[in-house]
Design a protein around this ligand. Structure first.
Ligand code: SF4
Length: 250
């Protein structure tokens, strides 16, 4: 419990069973508790970078990018929330002719996406649901902006792969997944989809960061269902990979 007295924000306390708890609303990420912890039980999961330091870090792999035809993917979180940073980094990568990809949920101001698109070779674009009510129920936000942005990006010729987190009993029925597949296939120039079956592998991260995880008991996506959805998307005219890798657009 050495971390408790060093926290300047009083964000750490122990409960009656000696569990050390952190109030992340109070935490200012000074990491004094990390320095003080004798057993490395507390670790920062992330690091602050300037554009220049991150660019230098990324360019350490330049040879790999050039020999493999690979590149850099900005993911998150949500990169479009950090538009200025992303644009600056993408510009530098473009200048070096390194392939760039951006993973996004699409819930972003169009101006931000448009600016990012100017320096992005490929978007990995999430579509979770096309049905407005279903989307609102499970994500808490309206999906019209997401769908409109997808159409605008496709309309301006951006290369896109549509990614669908396939969640058991949420969007994996024939009706909803069929809508997603038809929407994706109807986007100008889009021919590819990644199906990402829901799993529990990342659940412990929520605990580590003090976040609520409400899907503990949710069943993982079955291979059979994922295959059925793949077939539906293929019938809509898309090339489909399960698991998020595979084809790369020309
Ligand atoms: S990182 Fe957060 S919890 Fe740790 S000492 Fe600083 S304010 Fe307190």
């Amino acid at each position: 419990m050495a971390c408790i007295p060093v926290c300047p924000e009083g964000a750490i306390h122990a409960d009656a069973d000696a569990n050390v708890l952190t109030d992340f609303d109070k935490c200012t990420h000074c990491f004094k508790c990390v320095e003080e912890c004798y057993f490395n039980a507390r670790n920062p999961s992330g690091k602050l970078y300037t554009v220049s330091t991150l660019f230098k870090e990324v360019m350490k792999d330049e040879v790999v990018f050039r020999t493999s035809g690979g590149g850099v993917t900005l993911s998150g979180g949500e990169p479009t929330q950090h538009k200025e940073f992303c644009v600056e980094l993408l510009k530098r990568l473009r200048h070096e002719r390194i392939h760039t990809a951006v993973e996004t949920c699409g819930y972003a101001k169009w101006e931000n996406l448009k600016e990012i698109a100017a320096y992005t070779d490929l978007f990995l674009y999430d579509i979770k649901a096309v049905d407005a009510k279903l989307h609102m129920k499970w994500t808490g936000v309206d999906n019209s902006l997401i769908l409109e942005n997808a159409q605008k990006l496709a309309g301006m010729g951006a290369k896109m792969i549509i990614r669908v987190p396939l969640i058991t009993d949420v969007n994996d029925d024939e009706n909803e997944f069929g809508k997603i597949a038809r929407f994706a296939a109807g986007l100008d120039g889009v021919s590819e989809m990644h199906i990402l079956p829901f799993h529990q592998i990342g659940s412990s991260k929520y605990e580590m960061t003090g976040s609520m995880y409400e899907m503990h008991d949710w069943p993982e996506q079955s291979t059979e269902k994922a295959q059925q959805c793949k077939k539906l998307a293929e019938n809509a005219g898309l090339r489909v990979s399960i698991g998020g890798s595979g084809f790369v657009q020309d």
